[in-house]
Design a protein around this ligand. Structure first.
Ligand SMILES: Nc1nc2c(ncn2[C@@H]2O[C@H](COP(=O)(O)OP(=O)(O)OP(=O)(O)O)[C@@H](O)[C@H]2O)c(=O)[nH]1
Ligand SMILES: [Mg+2]
Length: 465
């Protein structure tokens, strides 16, 4: 970062736009002096080091003034909170100004703070300061944005697992166990005359095995953690008139897509965010896939194919009452697929259709019109993604691909340690990989990592957090 981390920084911490109140936050060693330059305790605008004279962790009523004018101009009436370091969000001195939430008032107040000596905060800089100040580890800091962005129950639970330090604590515990092994090995290397090797080696194996099991369990939480954070992308595709839009509307619980009996009704992608079993789900309805010379419909079909390739789950709808020769659109190998035989309320016999489907892909018969079979479909989706069978409230859950990568890297290195030991290689070689594994885990907590990585993580934050 080009900026000096000792600067006092300011930003609007509430969302842009009009609201009942907005909060402008100021953090750094000069926060109180800077606030003094724009806030007065009296409506007449007398400067009296108002914020500096407030008690620690108190809130007071005051007025924001533009003292740069010949006659000080009253900008807003406000409530000011004063929080002295180190017991604050950033671990630094903090002033928060609760102002009336109009865009112009808030921007003017920020502008005055900047003229009085503050610097505009970078995205995530307040949280970055909390991390650099040692109040939270990097895994907790990263979870702050997840908490802000969480849109569903389980998203929130997974995020709070990170924020409350559950992940950090588990990693710290594993690091401590590995560090103990390392120091044992180092002692035995340093004092070869005592011949501890055998005993130290055995102890090391037990501890490494235990750590491996804990790390694998943590790594396994990622598939659920990722779903809780990012959700699942479900794409509904199939031939024209198969009932895709009717199914879409069942998912949404509203008439989101237009339904008619004219084949080719849906032409563009229709997307909606919903919640399924407490998880965020994006459902996309698509144009019926067929060969067409209609220019607009053709673009729609291309978009449908693109959407299919980016889906976590493809629901391929087949009209059970009038099955056309299907090409059973394939999506990428990693994503999941369910065949849906629709219109069972009017279809006579769907067994021939089922026979023609690949047997390794699940198939559900429904009537999107009456809702019959939809619970079976939801049940299958729940099973496929293990939704609902995971306890987010008490367990450490990883939601970040960075954490997953580092944990898997540490696992590989620990596996190598076990192999080296079993193959009779000297303990100092085992120690080398053990050290690297511990380093990987420390990176999750934000120890010994480059400024570049830190800046990159916080740049994804919003300004004001
Ligand atoms: N009987 C019956 N009719 C259905 C069912 N699902 C859909 N339909 C009817 O089938 C017709 C087409 O439904 P849509 O949902 O628009 O089909 P679509 O696959 O979105 O069609 P396109 O957007 O044109 O590709 C409409 O008249 C629906 O009412 C069903 O389960 N049973
Ligand atoms: Mg449609």
């Amino acid at each position: 970062m080009l900026y000096n981390d000792n600067d006092t920084v300011a930003a609007i911490s509430t969302p842009a736009g009009s609201g009942g109140i907005s909060i402008i936050r100021l953090s750094g060693q000069d926060a109180f002096n800077i606030a003094d330059k724009i806030i007065s305790g009296s409506k007449s605008g007398v400067l009296s080091a108002f914020v500096s004279s407030m008690g620690d962790h108190t809130i007071a009523h005051g007025y924001v003034f533009d003292f740069g004018k010949e006659t000080p101009e009253l900008i807003d009436e406000c409530l000011v909170s004063k929080m002295e370091a180190p017991k604050t969000y950033t671990t630094e001195n903090i002033v928060e100004i609760n102002s009336h939430g109009g865009l112009s008032v808030v921007n003017k107040t920020l502008e005055l703070l900047l003229s009085a000596g503050a610097r505009a905060a970078e995205p995530g800089e307040f949280t970055k300061r909390a991390f650099l100040g040692g109040r939270i580890d990097l895994s907790s800091a990263e979870a702050v944005m997840d908490v802000i962005n969480a849109k569903t129950e389980n998203g929130r639970r997974a995020a709070i697992s990170g924020l409350s330090g559950r992940v950090g604590k588990e990693i710290l515990g594993i690091c401590a166990a590995l560090t103990e092994v390392l120091s044992g090995i180092e002692v035995s290397i340093e004092y070869p005359e005592y011949d501890f090797d055998e005993e130290v080696g055995e102890k090391a194996l037990v501890a490494i095995d235990g750590s491996l099991a804990r790390l694998r369990a943590l790594s396994d939480t990622y598939s659920q953690g990722r779903i809780a954070r990012e959700g699942i992308k479900i794409v509904i595709a199939g031939s024209p008139n198969a009932g895709k839009s009717t199914l879409m509307n069942l998912f949404c619980g509203s008439d989101r897509s237009i339904v008619t009996d004219v084949p080719g009704t849906t032409r563009d992608l229709i997307e909606e965010q919903i919640q399924l079993f407490g998880f965020p789900v994006t459902v996309t309805d698509t144009a019926g896939i067929r060969n067409t010379s209609d220019v607009v419909e053709k673009i729609g079909v291309d978009r449908a194919r693109d959407a299919v390739s980016g889906a976590d789950l493809l629901l391929y709808v087949i009209d059970g009452s009038d099955p056309v020769t299907e090409d059973f659109v394939s999506n990428s190998a990693e994503s999941k697929k369910i065949y849906i035989i629709n219109k069972t309320d009017v279809a006579e016999d769907v067994s021939a259709i089922i026979k023609g489907l690949p047997s390794d892909v699940p198939c559900v018969c429904i009537s999107a019109l009456t809702g019959d079979g939809i619970d079976r479909l939801f049940g299958l989706i729940k099973e496929m993604f293990l939704l609902g069978s995971f306890d987010f409230t008490s367990q450490a859950v990883i939601t970040s691909s960075r954490h997953k990568q580092l944990i898997d890297q540490a696992c590989e290195l620990l596996k190598k340690c076990v192999e080296s030991k079993n193959n009779g290689l000297p303990l100092d070689l085992v120690a080398e990989d053990l050290k690297l594994a511990t380093d990987s885990l420390c990176e999750i907590l934000g120890r010994n990592i480059s400024d570049e990585v830190i800046d990159n993580i916080f740049s994804r934050f919003c300004v004001g957090k």
